[in-house]
Write a protein that binds this ligand. Structure first.
Ligand code: ATP
Length: 276
């Protein structure tokens, strides 16, 4: 990195992600469907932000636009203070289903992220072994991903995303396919790792509790064309614990977001989008 890059980084300010008035439509003519309706949001450096929204509101489409896989119809994506609209390679991504490479061992999958991040092979090997010990999977180092349970695969997938060189992580319903108990264990596990290794995170989830438990801020999307209906700072201290689920602030916010999602369709009609 040269000096100019350094200066640009410093001048750029602290937002890890800025989604600026992004619209996205699919199709043409009568079949034109507007999915994102001029949506704006930010994720600060080291901030954990969750998005909840009605099914089919465009959350996956938004991730594809942020990740550069889809170009927005209008609007811009800025990552770490730089224009990144339509560009891939700026984010680390963790999908709902394991993204591990099936032909690499568990350790090999982690080593790959570390070598891409710039470590030499020996350092990557040492660090991968250390990380596997920390997440309690050292005995699976030489196994292939298919022998791991769903929860274990997602631990390794999360670790891989965390250790990749991109500082902004997009997590797309990462625990959606897990049973309720494993999901709760995974949420607690993710928090313990993330609270020690803060990255900027944007998480999509269908679970209001999950969003509140994990996040600094929760963004509620409208029906498509999606816009930000409202955002909420989560007034819970860190480190978080399960006991917080019964705190009045948690319960009240959960109810508020639930009601907002219930009336999301109404907002769509009021905004005149109903027949588009
Ligand atoms: N390439 C595409 N061409 C046409 N329509 C698309 C395309 N991609 C997505 N859509 C439409 O955009 C809408 C939003 O889809 P998207 O998957 O982004 O929503 P979502 O909020 O992630 O849904 P869910 O919560 O159910 O996972 C859907 O109606 C979908 O059919």
């Amino acid at each position: 990195m040269n000096h100019t890059d350094d200066v640009q980084r410093t001048v750029a300010g602290s937002e890890a992600l800025e989604v600026k008035s992004v619209s996205k439509s699919f199709g043409k003519g009568a079949a034109l469907k507007e999915i994102l309706g001029g949506l704006s949001l930010t994720v600060g450096e080291g901030e954990f932000v969750s998005i909840v929204g009605p099914s089919g509101s465009g959350k996956t489409t938004l991730f594809q636009v942020i990740g550069g896989l889809e170009r927005p119809t209008s609007g811009e994506i800025w990552i770490n203070g730089r224009q990144a609209t339509g560009q891939t390679g700026h984010i680390s991504y963790m999908p709902q289903q394991s993204s591990l490479l099936p032909w690499r061992t568990v350790a090999g999958n982690i080593e790959l992220s570390l070598t891409i991040a710039g470590l030499d092979r020996n350092e990557a090997k040492r660090s991968a072994a250390e990380w596997l010990r920390r997440i309690g999977l050292e005995e699976y180092a030489k196994s292939y991903p298919h022998v791991l349970s769903g929860g274990m695969q997602q631990r390794v997938s999360f670790l891989r995303a965390l250790l990749s060189p991109q500082r902004l992580m997009l997590l797309d319903e990462p625990f959606g396919s897990l049973d309720a108990l494993t999901r709760l264990q995974m949420q607690k596990w993710l928090l313990s790792i993330w609270e020690e290794n803060r990255r900027s995170v944007l998480l999509v989830t269908h679970s209001i509790e999950e969003a509140l438990f994990l996040s600094d801020r929760v963004i509620v999307l409208s029906n498509s064309p999606a816009v930000v209906l409202e955002q909420f700072e989560v007034p819970l201290a860190r480190p978080r614990s399960e006991a917080m689920w019964t705190e009045p602030a948690f319960v009240a916010l959960k109810q508020r977001i639930y009601e907002l999602l219930q009336t999301g369709a109404g907002v769509k009609e009021e905004a005149g989008y109903a027949n588009r």
